[in-house]
Ligand binder design. Structure first.
Ligand SMILES: Cc1cc2nc3c(=O)[nH]c(=O)nc-3n(C[C@H](O)[C@H](O)[C@H](O)COP(=O)(O)OP(=O)(O)OC[C@H]3O[C@@H](n4cnc5c(N)ncnc54)[C@H](O)[C@@H]3O)c2cc1C
Length: 322
């Protein structure tokens, strides 16, 4: 039997759910399809971090322009969080490490406020959310279909989705927000998504509260999460490495050194795979009539989600009403 919906969003990570939540807020009929379980969005540290990401992971784009883009994305967060009932924590970030004066100067050159502290630098410009709570808030009240899409094919002016269990869905518009895994797609779309690279990432969760607010240090960070702390994160080109004990060890050693600890104690390792393009910016837009991409935000899926959602919603609405 074939069911139908106006807009089918494939993937319930932060990008898919952000698009769906904004569409629902505008009264649109949306169905989100996902097999369920953990994804990159749920394991992320939840930093909304234009300042530190501009400084520490500059990417290929011109640094000042990229910093402005990330800052504009962050500035969408207060309204987005209020709209969807997400607690936005605006407690800033500490830099603990060498060259504090240089870090203040570099942040200033990128357009971010920062000040020297006894232990390093404080920058009020980076915020955060709790990823699991935020995903729950974004999904609230929405229609979800548990399943995996096997194929997406054009069907007249609409799109035909086939799930791996044989169910079929017809949708006027489709948003592909599947991270780094893709169903069978028309050739043009396949060529576009072939640009998405997988970057594995792992972080350690400890039930100890090691920092009062997020801290960045050379090669890592520590972020309060629930009652504990996450220490992240590795960048594993091509996807998660089979053997990463060396990377894990290095990450914990760096955290100990920066935070002045003899040891972290027992940790639980969490993993996810980020989608990224060569320029480090998301792959978004309508690639065939009615088929929209919301993919590959690299390390900044949470930061970029409101901006990606706004652009995707505008693209869908301009086509459907144009
Ligand atoms: C360790 C780590 C720490 C991070 N920390 C931060 C951070 O602090 N701040 C920040 O901004 N970003 C952070 N990121 C990056 C961020 O998590 C990602 O950019 C973001 O989660 C990507 O979201 P997404 O919706 O594109 O993909 P995902 O979260 O991967 O979601 C994709 C979804 O699509 C579903 N799917 C796949 N194929 C199909 C199919 N065929 N049919 C149906 N569903 C399908 C999957 O099941 C999945 O649920 C971190 C990432 C990692 C790995």
């Amino acid at each position: 039997m074939t069911s139908s919906c106006d807009i089918a969003v494939i993937g319930a990570g932060v990008l898919g759910l952000a698009v769906a939540a904004d569409l629902r807020a505008r009264g649109r009929d949306v169905c989100v399809i996902d097999p369920g379980g953990a994804n990159a969005s749920s394991v992320a540290a939840g930093m909304i971090a234009p300042a530190m990401e501009s400084l520490l992971d500059p990417g290929a784009a011109e640094p000042v322009n990229r910093a402005a883009l990330l800052r504009q994305a962050r500035d969408r967060w207060p309204a987005f969080a209020a709209r969807h009932g997400i607690a936005l924590i605006r407690d800033g970030v500490d830099w603990i490490g060498p060259d504090a004066d240089g870090v203040v100067a570099q942040l200033a050159a990128l357009g971010f406020a920062a000040e020297r502290t006894e232990g390093g630098v404080f920058c009020p410009e980076d915020w955060r959310i709790d990823p699991v709570a935020a995903l729950a808030a974004l999904g609230q009240g929405g229609e979800g279909l548990e399943g995996r899409v096997a194929a997406v094919q054009p069907h007249g002016a609409a799109w035909h989705l086939t799930l791996t269990d044989g169910r079929e869905i017809l949708a006027r518009s489709v948003v592909l927000a599947t991270g780094t895994a893709f169903p069978e797609l028309p050739e043009t779309v396949r060529r576009a998504v072939d640009r998405v690279q997988a970057i594995g990432g792992r972080l350690a969760f400890t039930t100890r509260r090691l920092v009062g607010r997020p801290a960045r240090f050379a090669g890592g960070y520590a972020v309060p999460l629930g009652e504990g702390t996450v220490i992240g994160a590795t960048m594993e080109a091509g996807g998660l490495l089979v053997e990463a004990s060396g990377l894990q060890q290095t990450l914990l050693e760096r955290a100990c050194e920066a935070l002045g600890l003899a040891e972290i104690g027992p940790v639980e390792w969490r993993t996810g795979v980020r989608g990224a393009t060569a320029d480090g910016l998301p792959l978004i837009g309508e690639v065939l009539p009615g088929l929209h991409l919301a993919l590959a935000p690299r390390r900044n899926g949470w930061l970029m989600a409101p901006a990606v959602a706004a652009q995707t919603v505008a693209g869908i609405e301009s086509r459907q009403t144009g």
